[in-house]
Design a protein around this ligand. Structure first.
Ligand code: ARG
Length: 468
């Protein structure tokens, strides 16, 4: 390799070009090119600050601004030619700007790629959080629509995957909507944490030049609700820390976990054994061998991709774990897991939303399963409590009634009055009324319970939020 062709940005002290293998090994442009719009925006903000403090003339700034706008267009049109030997997005764009104007030689004044990439990623995270929040809203709207359609359709609620107590489809789906609502809030927090400007940290210790950090922060929109600039308070922290990456990847994991559990419920409900739900043809697939099959692949893939998204979080934490302050090249590996989590989660959200929007519940199957009187065994214990029996004894009495019904091979309400009175004389003529599902739901009208008014008010609550 020729000794004259030095690395343009940092090659001054080197007498040889990097080995071809090292170039391929060390490059990040293949994946950090997606930061280009943020890098250009960051450079524009930095340049405007340099002009403001007199480190760029008006003409130099104008030339840089014009060049950056041209680069924006080239990136948008996909006509920019990326060069592997320029390592990363930052050096590619700086050199492309240099080809347009000599003033580009001044752009890196008072800046390092360390605070530059930290700035790019903070701008990226602000957009990424918005994107995920929009995706979450899509799922919540689809879920809400389904919850409204089947607000009062009874199904068994499960613990240990055993029938526990009756709930309604509305109540069950609202449980997930609550979780997605918290996810939405979580991404707002991540976006708020991202909203702090690292520019001016330089490599680690800032610069001797008269930089105006507040000006750059304002130019880039790193401001609080009153428009005051928000800047990082420690340069070493600003270039070395990656807790924001972990927060983002963790918020992605939590949302994916919610989706994955929803997916599992739907996969079970879609099985012949449960038969509660019918998924649309458009989000299911067939078998290459068995003609009768209609598989819930969309939800299986969501469940599968959740593993990958959690893996990305683990990947980041392990990468960062042993690094001394401050920047180490290991940190270049911080971007692929974050990008992947965003991309995969966004797809999962879109697919879940699309599939749920066209799902239908099979009302007769749901009602048949929910008519199991044992789902109301606890309500019978409550009946006894209202008749003055201590709960522990009431629990025991109902347990004995269940055992007797199994022994006699009849369902619980079909036990004779004599049988029942033989176990507990507090059971009056009306004891079988407990097995009326409408009564069971009507008696559950405290917040958080599946009473019809509770469900209606929670549906209204989310409708107001999502349609605002
Ligand atoms: N491509 C690099 C990364 O993403 C940019 C920062 C390089 N900084 C440095 N000191 N080598 O980590």
């Amino acid at each position: 390799m020729s000794k004259e062709k030095k690395q343009v940005t940092w090659g001054g002290r080197f007498s040889e070009q990097p080995d071809a293998l090292m170039q391929v090994f060390g490059e990040s442009v293949s994946f950090d090119m997606r930061l280009a719009p943020y890098d250009l925006k960051g450079s524009l903000g930095h340049a405007s600050m340099l002009a403001h403090v007199g480190l760029l003339t008006k003409e130099e700034y104008n030339a840089i601004e014009k060049g950056i706008h041209e680069l924006f267009e080239e990136i948008k049109k996909d006509s920019f030619s990326w060069k592997l030997e320029l390592e990363d997005v930052h050096m590619n764009l700086e050199q492309a700007l240099r080809a347009k104007t000599e003033a580009a030689d001044k752009l890196h004044t008072g800046r390092s790629r360390n605070d530059q990439v930290a700035t790019d990623m903070r701008l990226f995270f602000k957009d990424a959080c918005l994107q995920v929040k929009t995706g979450l809203e899509g799922v919540m709207l689809s879920m809400l629509d389904l919850a409204k359609r089947y607000a009062s359709l009874p199904i068994p609620g499960y613990t240990h995957l055993q029938r526990a107590q009756p709930v309604t489809v509305g109540h069950h789906l609202l449980a997930y909507i609550e979780g997605f609502g918290r996810d939405h809030e979580r991404f707002s927090h991540v976006a708020d944490h991202a909203n702090v400007c690292p520019l001016g940290s330089g490599a680690i210790a800032g610069s001797t030049l008269p930089l105006d950090r507040e000006f750059a922060a304002k130019a880039l929109g790193f401001v609080d609700e009153d428009g005051n600039p928000r800047i990082t308070p420690n340069g070493m922290d600003a270039v070395a820390d990656r807790d924001l990456f972990i927060e983002f990847a963790s918020a992605c994991s939590t949302s994916a976990l919610h989706l994955s559990r929803l997916a599992e419920d739907l996969i079970l409900w879609n099985s012949t054994e449960f038969g509660f739900v019918e998924l649309p043809d458009s989000f299911t697939t067939g078998s290459s061998l068995m003609p009768q099959k209609k598989n819930p692949d969309s939800f299986e893939l969501i469940r599968g991709k959740t593993g990958r998204i959690i893996g990305n979080l683990t990947n980041l934490m392990v990468t960062i774990k042993g690094l001394p302050l401050t920047y180490n090249r290991d940190l270049q590996e911080d971007k692929p897991p974050v990008f992947d989590s965003l991309d995969q989660l966004s797809q999962c959200l879109a697919v879940a939303s699309g599939c749920i929007a066209s799902a239908n519940f099979k009302e007769d199957k749901c009602r048949a399963a929910a008519s199991d009187p044992l789902l109301l065994a606890t309500d019978l214990a409550d009946y006894l409590v209202e008749a003055g029996v201590a709960f522990r004894q009431a629990h025991h009495v109902v347990g004995s009634l269940v055992a007797l019904s199994e022994e006699k091979k009849v369902s619980l309400p079909d036990l004779s009055d004599d049988d029942v009175l033989g176990i507990c004389d507090k059971l009056k003529d009306d004891w079988r009324e407990v097995f009326d599902l409408d009564r069971a739901f009507a008696k559950r009208e405290k917040p958080g319970m599946p009473g019809p008014n509770q469900i209606a008010s929670r549906i209204q609550f989310w409708e107001n939020i999502l349609q605002a």
